[in-house]
Design a binder for this molecule. Structure first.
Ligand code: FNR
Length: 388
């Protein structure tokens, strides 16, 4: 109990607090990965194993962490990653995170399967946000979603390509979140766990409604029944999508296109050929194919293949400002922050996200100062120590 009142500072602190606040099935959905969670773990340890090189006695009195991500100014090279069901972790969590991202000055990405709708996010402020798309079999709703996004001022579309099928996540199966589960298993896994977390029950369970995928309600029959939603989504995910479909997407989307979920130089080249303005080196935070390489290890190969032809961003394992410095050192133009923002919103709401993002920015500033860099462009392999 002693630690309960201490202010969380690092991602690990917010994670611990989120674990206390959330019903087990939601924390596991957020925190867990596919199968044995090997890739989930290695994403983080691969960042940890990279060493920074301390370089001193340079004038670092003026440090500038600012950059541009696809011509969009960002106070440091990061954006919030799209997170499905985010709004189950805190009351209207996507709204809270959007506000925090606006305040800090980095982009927010809204998931296709977010709880808050495109319109609800657009109403938060005039600052643009990014919209993430999963391709649905039924192209009618896809067209409509993109039109709604444009009407809401979205200029950047993040198209996710690593979810042709859903990765199997054992924690979710055990908790009755996915797979074929009987009523008793669900009851034990979800209802009882929710009752044991009265703060969440009050904040989200009772006062955070509706708990539907906000942007999709218009297309789902029986939108208010979670089970119908779940099966609609599963049945709508289009596993037949290929690079050819990007042409169609390009024909109806005049804005910037980001392809998220690239993990090899070959796919990176295909994404560039298909007309991507940026791509995200990502393994979906270890939630899809367990056993694939950590993203930070694949990044240099993707950079070698396509640098100069599209912006290259990376996610999966970014837990601090030092990690952002390392990603840029290996050639990334930017990073997406995934689980950390959700731990923060679950633990402390909008203020938690703001504080965590501030921490990331100051950690980056310190990493720059002590590796002798005053500008993010100076973050090159020179700041990594490979001698030991
Ligand atoms: C995700 N991710 C994701 N990606 C996406 O394109 N659309 C989505 O709806 C979701 N949903 C989602 C839910 C949850 C709970 C998590 C943890 C992740 C993947 C996400 O955008 C990002 O790629 C990963 O979170 C990066 O890994 P780390 O840094 O969070 O480990």
């Amino acid at each position: 109990m002693g630690t309960l009142n201490l202010a969380p500072a690092s991602t690990a602190d917010y994670r611990r607090e989120a674990e206390r606040r959330l019903p087990r099935f939601l924390f596991d959905y957020l925190d867990g990965g596919a199968y044995q969670e090997r890739t989930l773990r290695e994403n983080v340890t691969a960042f940890e194993q990279l060493r920074l090189k301390q370089q001193v006695m340079r004038d670092v009195s003026q440090i500038d962490t600012r950059t541009e991500l696809l011509s969009h100014p960002a106070t440091f090279p990061a954006a919030l990653a799209p997170i499905g069901l985010g709004g189950m972790m805190a009351r209207r969590a996507e709204v809270q995170a959007k506000r925090a991202a606006d305040d800090i000055g980095i982009p927010f990405t809204l998931s296709t399967v977010a709880i808050c709708s495109i319109e609800e996010i657009a109403a938060v402020s005039n600052q643009p946000f990014w919209f993430q798309l999963y391709m649905l079999k039924d192209r009618g709703p896809v067209k409509e979603l993109l039109q709604r996004a444009r009407d809401a001022g979205v200029e950047t579309l993040v198209f996710t390509v690593d979810l042709a099928v859903l990765g199997a996540r054992y924690r979710d199966v055990r908790n009755g979140m996915s797979g074929a589960n009987g009523l008793w298993q669900r009851l034990r896994g979800q209802v009882i766990s929710a009752l044991l977390h009265p703060r969440w029950l009050w904040d989200v369970g009772l006062n955070g409604k509706p708990h539907t995928f906000g942007s999709l309600t218009a297309y789902v029959p029986n939108a208010s029944r979670p089970d119908d939603f779940q099966s609609w989504i599963t049945q709508q995910l289009d596993a037949s999508v290929t690079w050819k479909d990007i042409e169609w997407l390009r024909s109806i989307w005049p804005g910037k296109l980001v392809i998220k979920g690239i993990l090899s130089p070959e796919d990176a080249r295909s994404a560039v050929r298909a007309g991507a303005d940026a791509l995200v080196v990502s393994n979906h935070g270890g939630r899809q194919l367990d056993g694939v390489a950590p993203t930070i290890e694949m990044l240099p190969r993707v950079v070698e293949a396509i640098a100069g032809h599209a912006e290259i961003w990376v996610d999966s394992g970014v837990r601090s400002g030092q990690d952002i410095a390392k990603a840029l050192a290996l050639g990334a133009d930017g990073t997406l922050i995934g689980r950390p923002w959700v731990y923060a919103v679950a633990a402390r709401g909008e203020d938690g996200v703001r504080k965590l993002l501030n921490t990331f920015r100051s950690e980056l500033r310190v990493a720059m100062a002590l590796t002798g860099c005053t500008d993010v462009k100076a973050l090159t392999r020179e700041i990594l120590d490979t001698s030991v």
